[in-house]
Design a protein around this ligand. Structure first.
Ligand code: OAD
Length: 248
């Protein structure tokens, strides 16, 4: 295992130009549970009932019970050692962009400047009628049964992408541009089962990027495209790789 860490550090030194593709696993150590697996949010809430745009339109009060719980965790979270490691990798000139499926804003708080939010950002609220956006505040979180648009009086929705909604066009464009140029695709803490997001690492691999994957358990990427699989918590693995690289 130590040998693999050294090989990955060497690869980063030689190639640089990393694009990271991240998922909920990177925020687990920040106190936000992942979606799938034993402790996952989808064990408690069926995504068909709570994360589909039709459910939100039909039963906003019900969906807001889950949203309040999830947002409380996001508001209380701080960047994990894994987020901070990606911030340091950018500062050291090795990492160019992050394509994230997360909606928690923690990559930006860890210092990364080119964060492409494929599934939007839940720190804003959007009105589905007038498309107006406002910051998601503590006050909005306490409004029962849900916050409403000042103009339309319609229920506000966190600006994260629900199932059945489009991926933001600018995120798709920016992600595709980032992937064209990257020489290392670093996949961190994602199950890789939600499309179209999961296409991103495959696109990078097809354009010749070396693929490094970090996860506590294997995923569809592992046997498919991952040249290096570093098994373990991202908050332990990434700081260890940085230590070998001499980036602290
Ligand atoms: P998942 O919950 O599907 O997967 C989390 C992944 O993180 C799993 O592969 C875990 O093994 C891994 N993991 C857990 N803890 C970890 C740790 N400490 N270090 C490293 N890896 C760890 O989350 P995503 O792949 O992000 O979309 O899910 C993708 C999309 O499905 C989400 O963006 C969301 C969800 O439904 C929408 O809601 C549209």
């Amino acid at each position: 295992m130590v040998e693999t860490y050294r090989e990955v550090a060497q690869l980063i030194r030689e190639r640089g130009n990393i694009v990271a593709f991240t998922g909920a696993g990177i925020s687990v150590e920040s106190g936000i549970p992942a979606f799938r697996g034993a402790q996952g949010l989808w064990e408690k809430y069926d995504p068909a009932d709570y994360a589909d745009i039709r459910s939100f339109i039909e039963e906003p009060a019900k969906v807001w019970t889950m949203l309040r719980e999830m947002t409380r965790l996001i508001f209380d979270a701080k960047p994990s050692p894994a987020h901070l490691a990606l911030g340091l990798l950018e500062k050291a000139g090795f990492l160019r962009s992050i394509v994230t499926q997360n909606v928690d804003g923690l990559h930006q708080r860890a210092g990364n400047t080119d964060v492409i939010e494929y599934h939007g950002n839940s720190l804003y609220l959007v009105c589905l009628k007038c498309q107006g956006k406002v910051p998601f505040t503590e006050e909005a979180l306490s409004l029962m049964p849900y916050p409403v648009c000042d103009k339309c009086r319609e229920p506000l929705k966190p600006d994260g992408v629900f199932f059945g909604e489009q991926i933001p066009t600018s995120a798709v464009q920016r992600a595709h541009e980032a992937v064209q140029k990257c020489r290392i695709m670093m996949i961190v803490g994602t199950s890789g089962v939600v499309y179209p997001a999961a296409e991103i690492p495959f696109l990078a691999a097809s354009r010749g990027a070396a693929v490094v994957e970090i996860n506590v358990s294997p995923t569809p990427f592992t046997s498919g495209i991952s040249g290096y699989f570093l098994q373990g918590s991202a908050s332990r693995v990434l700081p260890d790789v940085l230590h070998i690289l001499g980036v602290e």
